[in-house]
Design a protein. Structure first.
Length: 233
């Protein structure tokens, strides 16, 4: 009797740090089908774990089967888990779905375990790829007083660097130059006064406030910045 066990597609499975996703396992046996109860062992590479709340399911999509499988054991570090297989036929009729999670501080790169899958005396390779976090949309907005203090909003700091000139710095930098708009907030400058942007970069921007005579003047302003940024934990 010889078992065959393989990691399903996609192979390698790609996750970002902190990401959680199922991967699939296919198994069958040469010759006579095997009754339920065989132990399948999953050994995960460094940086990945079987979560405490993780599940193993046996699935046959065409037959509508989605069965929770019993966990035999899980090592304390979460990198080794064993579960009881159902009946194993001589063709791969379904597949097992196993949760895996990349640790939040896992370094990007490919990871392979030559004996990541084991059933009986048969082993097979298990492969994963950890990539950088996908950027997400970020919006930073607020109100800055004429003295350079944050009056409303979050995710930024502000300072007045000269008469009518202010620097806004983002606490979480954008991955590229964001789209920024700014306007005088209230008071006698409106509508004649205006805010002019300059030096807009992923980490900050400069805004200059001028009155109707185009002279720099200290005044309150509001802004909004939008773009892509690295997701925060």
């Amino acid at each position: 009797m010889a078992f065959h066990i393989t990691q399903g597609s996609p192979n390698p499975l790609a996750l970002e740090p902190g990401g959680n996703s199922p991967f699939t396992i296919e198994v069958y046996v040469d010759g006579i089908p095997v009754e339920p109860g065989e132990i399948i062992q999953v050994k995960l590479p460094e940086g990945l774990v079987f979560p405490l709340t993780g599940e193993v399911r046996y699935m046959q999509l065409d037959a509508g089967i989605n069965q929770l499988m019993p966990i035999e054991s899980r090592d304390p570090d979460g990198r080794l888990v064993r579960f009881k297989a159902g009946a194993i036929g001589n063709v791969p009729e379904g597949f097992y779905s196993v949760n895996v999670q990349a640790e939040a501080n896992a370094a990007p790169g490919d990871r392979t375990v030559p004996d990541g899958l084991t059933i009986g005396t048969t082993t097979a390779q298990l492969s994963f790829r950890i990539g950088p976090r996908h950027p997400v949309e970020q919006r930073v907005y607020g109100v800055v007083t004429r003295d350079g203090f944050v009056y409303a909003g979050s995710g930024f700091t502000a300072q007045r660097t000269g008469t009518g000139v202010y620097k806004v710095t983002f606490l979480n930098s954008f991955t590229s130059t964001p789209a920024v708009t700014a306007t005088v907030w209230s008071g006698g400058l409106a509508p004649e006064g205006h805010a002019a942007l300059s030096y807009v970069v992923p980490t900050s921007f400069i805004v200059a406030i001028r009155d109707s005579s185009h002279q720099l003047v200290n005044w309150d302003f509001c802004f909004i910045a939008m773009g892509l940024a690295t997701a925060q934990e």
